[in-house]
Design a protein around this ligand. Sequence first.
Ligand SMILES: Nc1ncnc2c1ncn2[C@@H]1O[C@H](COP(=O)(O)OP(=O)(O)OP(=O)(O)O)[C@@H](O)[C@H]1O
Length: 439
Amino acid sequence: MSWKKTDILMDTIRHYSGFPATGVSLRQMVQFGERPSTGTLFRASQFLSEELPIRLAHRVQELGDLPDGLNEMPSIKKVQDWYAQSFEEITTLPRPQLSKDVRDRLMKPAKQTGRQSKILAEATKNPSVANGQYTSSPWQNGNGNGSHEKKGSARRYFATVEDTEDWPPELHDYNQRFAQTLNHIKRRHDSVVTTVAQGILEYKRKRQRMQIDNNIQSFLDRFYMSRIGIRMLIGQHIALTDQSHHKDPTYVGIICTKTNVRDLAQEAIENARFVCEDHYGLFDAPKVQLVCPPNLNFMYVPGHLSHMLFETLKNSLRAVVETHGQDKEDFPVTKVVVAEGKEDITIKISDEGGGIPRSAIPLVWTYMYTTVDTTPSLDPDFDKSDFKAPMAGFGYGLPISRLYARYFGGDLKLISMEGYGTDVYLHLNRLSSSSEPLQ
Ligand SMILES: Nc1ncnc2c1ncn2[C@@H]1O[C@H](COP(=O)(O)OP(=O)(O)OP(=O)(O)O)[C@@H](O)[C@H]1O
């Protein structure tokens, strides 16, 4: 690994970090439809080739500015290098030379198919997020020089392009190369969560801290929220570009326009029970009852929903087993109730796992808070994929799940009755027009 970040690169990164990120909504992401054309994909690549470096640049700056020597921890420096290297790869990817005619055609919007697409194109404020909650620190936005405003109008994530004629092969080649670069970057960043966690552990050990302070907590919230957004845009773009295999027509990239809540919940229940049986050596994990209309479908990213359900169910099963003892024959049943409203789909997970003392409630949302005695190994090779996790251990399950929920305008709430059990409410916003919370 001979990659080195240069001063010139760091200057460019500083410049990009002066621009705010542009939030995209779930609805805007599905406007591409099942099979976007070469021209439309190219426009999206152009947007991403500016937007992703802006988002990456903010993270490089923030990692470098972390207080109290945290920025000097080897794992934090490693992650910062990944972000800088990915920034460089996107910004230096050669763009095709296009004739004026092709450039004009790319800028020409497709004939509107009605008023619908115009309405869909607008993102609204995310209802789960206070103003500026996940915004980068103001000093990093200080050198905005106004040119962003000019760029603003051209920088649209989704823009349909009139696609009646054939496009020159350079466009298709560029789309392929761009997607390959994104794929490579996505893999590089697979173990960011565990590596940053490692960095925090290094810091806690070095400074002999028991808990992380508010600054670091809100940095991690912003950092992981931003990571969800970057990976969403990258994952979506790779999936849209890859049109080689026949796909399910209900999918647009990684978004399913008819995500079936009952099927996903059932699968998450089975997976969580399996992990629980495995972990405690049980013949039969505590039972989970699911109450959900069978045909409840909505537009969402199935991977995100599975993750949130699996994490909360694992917590409930663990609490039930540990409160009632592993030798118990009949555990109390955990209930999962799904309600369909106009605005939200809400999933309540109620367990009789003894609850959480009120004084510990704020802590469950902090990173690295766990009541597991021995945190599993944080070897960076471990847990490479986002969605594979052990029974418990890092104290990341709840805070990260809440970020996933908030990312698309939902939320995650927890109410406990100490001595009895816990109710977790997972609100999923079905209007799906809210912007990503990262301006
Ligand atoms: N349903 C629940 N009942 C009782 N305690 C709970 C429940 N859910 C969470 N907790 C408490 O909150 C802590 C933090 O939960 P969180 O999911 O964030 O991390 P974790 O489960 O310890 O580890 P992981 O990162 O693997 O999820 C748990 O260790 C547990 O003490």
